[in-house]
Ligand binder design. Sequence first.
Ligand code: AMP
Length: 370
Amino acid sequence: MSTIKLHDKYFNPYLSKDKVISVVDKLVQQVLEDCKDEIPLFIGILNGSFMFAADFIRKYPRACEVSFVKMASYEGTNSTGKVTQLLGVNEDLTGRTVVILEDIIDTGNTLQKIYEIFKNKNVKTLKIATLFFKPDVFKKALPIDYIGLSIPDEFIVGYGLDYNNLGRNIDSIYKLTTPKMTNIVLFGPPGAGKGTQADVLKEHFNLKHISTGEVFRYNIKNKTELGLLAKKYMDQGDLVPDEVTIKMLKEEVDRNASAKGFIFDGFPRTITQAEALDEFLSEKGETVNGMVALEVPEDILVNRLLERGKVSGRSDDQDEEKIRNRFNEYNTKTAVLKDYYADQNKYFGANGVGSIEEIAKRLSKVIEKL
Ligand code: AMP
């Protein structure tokens, strides 16, 4: 079992098929014990309980009757609080022992509706059996007779439970991944001060700084295969091909698996890289929290780079033509990323002109809110 994607969200394995079946077995035994002298009517609550009800009833060794009602309360991953009955009870329930089979009880809104529906049906006994129960979010003072498994407040799918209608056919249980990292894309044209600011911010927020440019330069210095490959692009101010850069970035992230989060500096630089980063982080249950952009006018940048070139020793900083080409690469391939993140409400611009401290303060303010 590994991570699965349903619609836009990722889910990790939570309870195996065997574990779920053992919980169903336990519930069957408990109900059997209490229904020694009767023929219970099991009523499954659709849609979520269809798999649980099928397994439960299949395992119930004595005479029983089966019916279903259909209710809905979820939209996406949140209970709406509004429960609607879409399919009702047709049977005469007078004098019957009715056992409700629910897949999960969380807020208790559906349970309340169940009690309302069965109140005036003259049943002898109404029992509630639920496969899963979330005690932390249950808000009602209503009895639940049989609880299969109490679980923390996680959004789960599988074994009949869905996320926007997907996932019901999975025979085990998966839970929604919850991000633990803070991942910042530090953005801006060449010379905007990303590296300088990343040095300040990584200390302040205890994040791992990954500069793809730095990693390439390290590889060039050490004459690695990657370095040799990257050099011919970097020397011209061209972007290194996506395939190479993405692979390298992933390796850097994996090498720092225990990091609290990352400051990505100089990555992504193309839409393909941004999509690869999203996909890669999602697989880990993580996400890009925001793109924080240093906004600096281009004429200031060229001068900054030429000044830096006098001390940095970087050949791509010393030649105005190469600098212009880097801006060209930025404007044609990278600048579009502003829209990519803005479309997800993840773009945050900050004025990149001023002292290092002033700019760091502006950026910190943005990052604190992410
Ligand atoms: P930087 O240190 O971020 O200014 O990057 C210096 C050079 O490294 C760039 O001009 C590119 O040639 C290369 N480079 C750095 N990051 C990337 C990236 N994400 N994609 C492609 N090339 C990159």
